[in-house]
Write a protein that binds this ligand. Structure first.
Ligand code: GLC
Length: 643
């Protein structure tokens, strides 16, 4: 939308009528694209009436948006890309593991304020099946808060508080599937044909078998195959994830219409960012792996274009944990398909960081990141070292080859390194969903355990404890500076170790991702100030880094990230730069011994004066050592440009 026209309109319009006019303006702006996308997915000769239904639905949905959120939408449009600010720092948590329930979370907000966190990704909160439910990713409803967390009112109380504190909240929109207890699934099971067509259901295995020839398995150990037989309806249903998660059939436009209503209901709860869960899977086509298909992009764009008309202050995060060159496409590739998501997970950086830790080398990271095309200027990354899920080895085989490594063997090495198959490795992770057919597997574990703290504490080895702490700080220091919203998994800020209690829970024990979803250690938190422990070292250093990040405007994302190659393969250097005089150089050493880089490297980039450089973290000026900058094992430096 034309910003100048918008500002003029906002200034001239007050009250309900003004908001209505702005809605009409947004609709007029997006209409051509909405129509084009809709008819590309659902041919006009069959679905012109359904399109009329969509057009009638948009104003109705707009009416359901609470007044306060409509006002907030306008304020955000005026403000521009709030999500690219250096002031944002996020965390992710399961409310029950963190604070028991929503009211508990309200009480814990000061903890985040103290640390500097102002963006919360709360794991699914809505109703779900009683037994296995994939941590709430099997949804029985898209907007009814599960009573174990509290009530709708409690959630509203939380979002009100968050708005007052200028904090943001992100919730999931499980857009690819519902649980088998969702009302549509129940009706389908009862024989209702209309709702059977909301999913991919088949009377025999003919089509499923054809699909299976190309479909990968997401959870091969616990949910092999991609179809489940449902005796109640005597049919097979497509279930790419778990057998109780039924894939929605988006070739049916009624599904899109109803899911749009669900999306708006979620946004109307006061959610600032909607995480589009598993969106790469939204469209299936026989003969393909049915991920990242052009239609999945169009569908995402269609959701976004409609949401922008109704709730323009709400933005989308792409949860596309796919190959590096495919992730970037979820920002939207061209004007034909329109924009898709404002945010995307930087899963490539995450995998590359874990690779750099295991290999102690940064070349693959450098090569891969510099080869990913520049993202659009209005998009930004969520940078993280791990989340509630497993760590997948989403590395580009081309570059692994270029390193002189065999991709399959290299992945095997990484799995062995992190999953306790190498006696010398400091990591204590678990193997997740190993597939003997393909040799693929993923890694689970908390940041601290994967980085060696658990083993070092068991062995009571002070040097290894210090090394693990340095690694935890270094990786967080990278994601805090990389550009985008950094997301720290709740508990990692206090170096929480793996939580093995899931093994005793019969609905969780098969899913080792629970090892990295620990209960928050409030006992540890209460001791932070009084005791000098790895926990307090990590906490207070991260707190300092967060505060520093917020003071440095170069850390706002303006596509101003520059990776530099030194002649030392253990060192990672990247720069955040704004103009000639404003810049920060991030320098890290991934090796277990001290490493050096030539001082002329710093001088050339303008970070050296009188043979001295200034590190912002320690606030110290340091002289070069015989013309070299020496970096301790796992040291993190944020060097300030010298003017
Ligand atoms: C996403 C979630 C993951 C879940 C899956 C299926 O990948 O992050 O936790 O299992 O979707 O909903």
């Amino acid at each position: 939308m034309n910003q100048a026209a918008l500002h003029k309109l906002i200034a001239s319009q007050k009250g309900e009528q003004g908001l209505e006019e702005l809605f009409q303006l947004r609709l007029a702006t997006n209409l051509t694209l909405i129509k084009d996308l809709f008819f590309s997915l659902y041919p006009e000769e069959h679905f012109s009436e359904t399109f009329e239904k969509l057009l009638k639905k948009l104003p109705k949905l707009f009416k359901t948006r609470p007044e306060i959120l409509k006002q907030q939408d306008i304020a955000r449009l005026e403000k521009g890309n709030w999500y690219q600010s250096e002031k944002l720092v996020g965390t992710q948590l399961y409310v029950d593991h963190f604070s028991k329930d929503l009211n508990g979370l309200v009480e814990k907000l000061p903890y985040f304020e103290d640390l500097g966190i102002n963006f919360l990704h709360l794991m699914p909160l809505t109703t779900r099946p009683k037994g296995e439910n994939d941590g709430g990713y099997a949804v029985n409803s898209y907007d009814k808060i599960d009573k174990k967390y509290g009530t709708q009112k409690d959630f509203e109380k939380l979002t009100k508080q968050l708005r007052e504190k200028e904090m943001y909240v992100m919730l999931d929109f499980v857009v690819n599937h519902t649980s088998n207890e969702y009302p549509w699934a129940k009706k389908a099971m009862a024989g209702n044909k209309k709702y059977q067509e909301y999913y991919y259901t088949y009377t025999d295995r003919k089509i499923p078998d054809e699909f299976e020839k190309n479909l990968p398995e997401i959870f091969p150990q616990t949910a092999p195959g991609n179809y489940t037989f449902v005796p109640e309806m005597n049919k097979w249903v497509m279930t790419c994830f778990n057998s109780y998660q039924w894939d929605l059939n988006y070739t049916n436009p009624e599904v899109f219409l109803e899911m749009l209503t669900n999306l708006v209901k979620l946004a109307n709860l006061g959610v600032d960012v909607v995480r589009f869960d598993a969106l790469a899977f939204l469209w299936k086509k026989m003969g393909t792996i049915s991920q990242n298909l052009p239609e999945a992009h169009m569908l995402t764009s269609l959701f976004r274009m409609c949401l922008q008309v109704i709730a323009p202050g709400t933005i989308l995060l792409a949860e596309a944990i796919v190959a590096p060159t495919n992730i970037i496409k979820y920002f939207g590739e061209n004007s034909r398909t329109g924009n898709e998501c404002e945010l995307a997970y930087n899963a490539s950086l995450m995998a590359l960081l874990w690779n750099a830790i295991a290999t102690k080398e940064t070349l693959l990271l450098h090569k891969s990141i510099t080869n990913i095309p520049q993202k659009p200027k209005d998009g930004t990354w969520i940078n993280y070292i791990r989340c509630h899920d497993d760590i997948g080895l989403g590395l580009d085989d081309r570059f692994i080859h270029e390193m002189g490594w065999n991709p399959q063997e290299h992945r095997k090495f990484l799995l062995n390194y992190y999953c306790q198959k190498l006696a010398w490795s400091p990591a204590k992770g678990m193997l997740f969903m190993y597939n003997p057919k393909t040799g693929d597997g993923r890694i689970t574990g908390s940041a601290a355990s994967l980085l060696g703290l658990e083993k070092a504490l068991e062995e009571n080895d002070t040097a290894l404890i210090d090394e693990a702490v340095a690694k935890i700080i270094m990786l967080h220091g990278i994601v805090l500076a990389f550009g985008g919203i950094p997301l720290i998994y709740a508990g990692d800020e206090i170096a929480t170790l793996n939580d093995y209690s899931f093994l005793k829970n019969k609905t969780k024990k098969e899913d080792s991702r629970w090892v990295n979803r620990p209960y928050h250690d409030w006992g540890g938190v209460s001791n932070l100030k009084s005791k000098k422990t790895p926990q307090s070292k990590v906490f207070f250093t991260l707190k300092k880094l967060i505060a520093l990040r917020k003071q440095l405007s170069v850390f706002a994302d303006a596509n101003n990230l520059f990776l530099h190659q030194t002649n030392n393969k253990h060192i990672l250097v990247f720069e955040r730069k704004k103009g000639e005089s404003n810049g920060v150089l991030v320098i890290c050493n991934f090796n277990t011994t001290a490493e050096v880089i030539d001082g002329s490297f710093l001088a050339k980039l303008g970070y050296l004066k009188n043979q001295e450089f200034k590190d912002l973290i320690t606030a110290k000026k340091t002289k070069l050592n015989s013309g070299f900058l020496e970096i301790e094992p796992y040291q993190l430096l944020w060097v300030r440009k010298m003017s």
